[in-house]
Write a protein that binds this ligand. Structure first.
Ligand code: ADP
Ligand code: ZN
Ligand code: ZN
Length: 695
């Protein structure tokens, strides 16, 4: 007798199908199996899904599945639950999320190819463990580990760069692996290319104990074949440790017992297209489902995680996470002294202040390295007047309006209020008002002009290099450039946030941030948080080489027009908790996350008008529901970068004090949005971004 199966496929986005399709099979097949089925004229990969509803067999057109890819275990119920949660929460179809989480090659393999593949699949080889030297834990590390063993978590491990967090991850992983011969560990990092040392440390520690095949990586840099093999290794339990970027949160790991999210504040954990999930948030959910412990680690936690880990003494009571604090740096490493250069006292249009130029000269002459940090990401251009300090504030919001070059307008991304750019400063009449944080394009050349005649101790001329998205577009280029810096061939390195990540530049004794002010007065309320974390991280690059005896002289310089700003005060004290408290206070007063919840609906269209019309129509259609659920839906606005490749982009902000009400609103809104789309022909695509990181 023929069985009915509920099967998830990757159906086209917004096709309206979304949920599982019904197929037939001659034999019973367990939920979570991989199957190949006919779909239209094609044959595609699907996953048998536990079905909630009663399946009906009265439709005679039901088609049988083509084949089952067997020989390995099913995807676990927990895995399917996580996928379903992610799909619902981020407003996508379950099939899309489920199939996107599998390696591409799996979709392309025929049954025969699959069988061949399985035969070649690595088996756990008997491995003779050899000894590894473990450093003796510091008191802080030992205490932290004890708490991780004793409590359920999730844990927010708050510790400076160099406080020994990675050693804690390694020990927690080792304990779990040793305790249960099947246990698996998931370690997530923001960008693997930028943190090669972490992978090396995990390999070095665990390969001697459990063999080289015990660790696999998962990230977008793998070839399709590698991705397939690594996925299989994790799915079959051969790999005990998966180290990967955000996509790894969906790895099939049947015996998952510990999840580590390193640098949990990093925006790269948020997927920016397709299902716009937060891998960090899903890690928490997955840990909860699977009873796996979760450790989030950071020197500058996201304000969300910080707030969730508030202690019982907080006015709001204890948060859901447990905060673990490791304040000391290992060894004698001291954090660099922070110095602020007041740019109000520098000649107009100064890029490098005289004292900074002097300091750079001294370092290079002593054979030390300098990092020059440009802050270009994460904020939109806000106009300001250098004479009176006027900034393009929105009269209706606690936000700054953004400068749109294309039509020379100032627009609020919160409420949509727009005006033409004033010809002169509304505060003082000055004609010279300009976007904050501009004028850094020719920086590298400018520096070469300033320091061209400078010599290093070995008599050679100063070497200046730049690392950013442009200079590292070619494959392998970033590694090559970083290797030059490590080898000491570069004296001054100019770069964007890319250079602030986990690199170990041992001879850096001076880090300078040139233009951080843009982020202080950004239209994006998360910009100060990002800036603080970037500067703290960059400061952590200095003074890592204890043997150089430059620790005492290590400095971080900040050139700013706002030297008294609370953010720089907190930076000077290396005081994240103080900074966080002050930011959270502002967010609480303005009802911003984590005290409220947001979603963005974005539309791309041939014209800006078409995109906005569609969004505003959707807004009108949901009016009654919005009132009922106390959800605020703001009018559509153009994106800061409004036009990309001849496509006009607009967005609309949705806000609510209750996450549940927001979720309810969004699910109910899906159908009208979908329907309106067909009436608005100019619209190319639309998408919802839940918990967006930039508005
Ligand atoms: P984080 O991850 O917080 O930046 P790490 O774990 O990388 O810190 O530790 C910083 C440095 O100190 C590394 O070189 C590491 O090998 C070393 N280290 C960590 N823990 C110890 C320890 N208990 N004893 C000696 N050295 C340690
Ligand atoms: Zn002015
Ligand atoms: Zn406004």
């Amino acid at each position: 007798m023929s069985q009915l199966l509920s099967i998830m496929l990757h159906t086209p986005a917004h096709s309206g199908i979304g949920e599982a399709l019904t197929y037939t099979s001659d034999t019973a097949i367990a939920a979570g199996s991989l199957v190949r089925v006919p779909f239209g004229k094609r044959e595609v990969l699907g996953i048998t899904w536990p079905s909630q509803q009663q399946l009906h067999s009265d439709d005679l057109k039901l088609r049988p599945i083509t084949s089952v890819l067997d020989g390995i275990g099913c995807l676990s119920t927990h895995w399917m639950q996580m996928v379903e949660f992610a799909a619902r929460y981020y407003q996508r179809s379950v099939g899309e999320v489920a199939l996107a989480a599998l390696p591409n090659q799996l979709r392309e393999l025929s049954r025969e190819q699959w069988e061949r593949k399985l035969k070649r699949q690595a088996k756990v080889l008997p491995h003779e463990p050899s000894a590894v030297d473990l450093p003796e834990l510091t008191h802080e590390q030992a205490h932290t580990l004890q708490q991780i063993q004793a409590e359920r978590g999730p844990f927010m491990l708050f510790g400076n760069t160099g406080s020994g967090k990675t050693e804690v991850y390694l020990r927690a992983a080792q304990a779990a692996l040793a305790h249960d011969p099947k246990a698996q560990i998931l370690v997530m990092v923001p960008e693997i290319n930028l943190t090669p040392q972490l992978e090396a440390r995990f390999r070095e520690r665990f390969a001697p104990l459990w063999g080289a095949s015990c660790l696999v990586t998962m990230h977008s840099g793998l070839t399709p074949a590698q991705r397939m093999n690594h996925w299989l290794a994790a799915h079959t339990g051969v790999a005990r440790i998966v180290l990967g970027t955000r996509m790894a949160v969906f790895a099939s790991m049947p015996h998952l017992q510990l999840i580590v999210v390193d640098e949990e504040h990093d925006p790269s954990y948020k997927q920016q297209e397709g299902a716009r999930y937060s891998a960090r948030d899903l890690a928490i959910y997955r840990g909860h489902l699977e009873q796996a412990k979760v450790i989030l680690g950071s020197a500058t936690p996201s304000l969300e995680s910080w707030h969730h880990s508030r202690p019982a003494s907080d006015a709001e009571g204890a948060g859901r996470y447990m905060r673990l604090h490791m304040p000391s740096r290992i060894g004698d490493g001291v954090l660099p002294t922070v110095r602020r250069v007041d740019m109000n006292h520098q000649p107009r249009n100064t890029v490098f202040s005289e004292p900074l130029v002097q300091a750079m000269r001294e370092r290079v002459q002593r054979g030390e390295q300098v990092l020059i940090l440009l802050n270009r990401r994460g904020y939109s251009p806000v106009l300001h007047c250098r004479d009176c300090g006027w900034k393009s504030e929105c009269p209706h919001c606690s936000a700054y309006r953004v400068f749109h070059k294309i039509d020379r307008s100032l627009r609020c991304h919160h409420c949509g209020f727009a005006q033409a750019v004033p010809r002169a400063c509304p505060g003082c009449g000055n004609l010279d008002i300009s976007p904050l944080g501009s004028g850094t394009e020719q920086l590298e050349e400018h520096l070469a002009e300033l320091l061209g005649s400078l010599r290093r101790p070995d008599g050679q001329g100063v070497r200046i290099a730049r690392i950013d998205a442009d200079s590292t577009r070619l494959k392998g280029e970033l590694d090559r450039q970083l290797a030059e810096v490590h080898a000491g061939e570069v004296d001054i390195l100019v770069g964007t946030q890319m250079i602030a990540k986990g690199h170990d530049f041992r001879r850096v004794s001076l880090v300078a941030a040139l233009n951080p002010d843009g982020a202080l007065f950004s239209s994006d309320f998360r910009a100060p948080e990002r800036l603080f974390s970037l500067l703290m991280q960059a400061a952590g690059r200095a003074g890592r080489d204890a043997s150089m005896s430059l620790n005492a002289a290590c400095e971080m310089w900040v050139q700013t027009f706002h030297p008294q700003h609370a953010l720089f005060e907190a930076l000077k004290q290396h005081d994240y908790p103080h900074f966080a408290a002050q930011q959270l206070q502002e967010r609480r007063e303005a009802n911003l996350p984590p005290f409220s919840f947001q979603a963005l609906v974005r539309a791309d269209a041939k014209t800006q008008e078409a995109a906005q019309d569609f969004l505003n129509a959707a807004r009108a259609a949901s009016d009654a529901l919005a009132v009922q659920l106390q959800v605020d839906v703001y009018p559509a606005v153009p994106l800061t970068i409004q036009r990309v490749a001849n496509v006009e982009r607009a967005q609309m902000l949705v806000e609510c004090l209750s996450r549940k009400a927001l979720q309810q609103f969004l699910s109910a809104w899906h159908a009208p949005l979908h329907q309106l789309r067909s009436q608005h022909k100019g619209v190319i695509r639309w998408a919802v971004d839940v918990d967006p990181l930039a508005i």
